[in-house]
Write a protein that binds this ligand. Sequence first.
Ligand code: GH3
Ligand code: MG
Ligand code: MG
Length: 289
Amino acid sequence: MAPLGTDASVVATYGYPLALVEHVRIVIGEGVIGGVMSSRRALRVDGTTQSARGRLRYHTNSFVAVPILSGADALGAICVTDRVDNQAFTEQDVIILRRFAASAALAIERERAMGSADSYAQAAAIDPLTGIFNRRYLQVRLDEELERSRRHDIPIAVLVIDIDDFKAINDSYGHLIGDVVLKDIAEILRWSVRVFDVCARFGGEEFVIIMPGSTGGSAARIAERIRERIEAYRPADRRLARLHVTVSIGLAVSSADTSVGQVLDRADQALYAAKHGGKNRVSADEQAL
Ligand code: GH3
Ligand code: MG
Ligand code: MG
């Protein structure tokens, strides 16, 4: 894990407060702990020999430091000093500490694996440009929500939101500005919905919002609010003062036997009608209202 020259720090102490040492920077390859981590070898000083690794700060001259090893990596080190009977540490003490270190290595590895599993799961669900959910997550989540809506007999409204003439925005202002607009629109969507609604980037310049428990009427009001907010949106950059962004929105509501594909399809048909009707408007599937 820790190549030469990188830092380690003290994360746990026994017998004195962590606050005394948590700021101490341990450079791998330097000093007692850094040396044990880079050499991957335990160090025992019995008090009769002087450490070759530099000045010590302990009360007694006897101490042991053992590396916490995981394969070829040193994850950390366990260091003990001041034996309670004031005797020097023995080889037997080193053996006992190695057992502790082996258990610690397993625990640290497990924590790390769980931490990275979390971030992989997060990365797999989030669109990196806008920070909202991606299409894959949306489809899984919509399936779960439809299942739940059948069990509890509650409706689900779905909005499909497509930026109008986005290609022209890219062509006039460039792709990077296009990306800024996508991020800002995602942000507007996020603060226009309720906490339990799900916003996702469905692809390109198209977004989907799932609204569990929402009827067609209340979803239509939220859709209209989103449309107005985006029409009123002005980018922070003053060079873009003349940039106007609008969206068209299609709305559908699930019924008892609707599949993910069907409800998205109906919202998409409604979106098509909104585009066809002149853009910058909300259009609802006929079953929604
Ligand atoms: P309409 O009003 O009919 O929706 O027209 P439109 O121009 O918005 O639709 P069209 O599908 O013709 O163009 C979508 C554009 O979105 C084309 C594509 O280059 C752009 N686009 C897709 N993904 C991204 C992206 O991640 N960043 C940027 N900047 N542009 C993107
Ligand atoms: Mg578009
Ligand atoms: Mg589109």
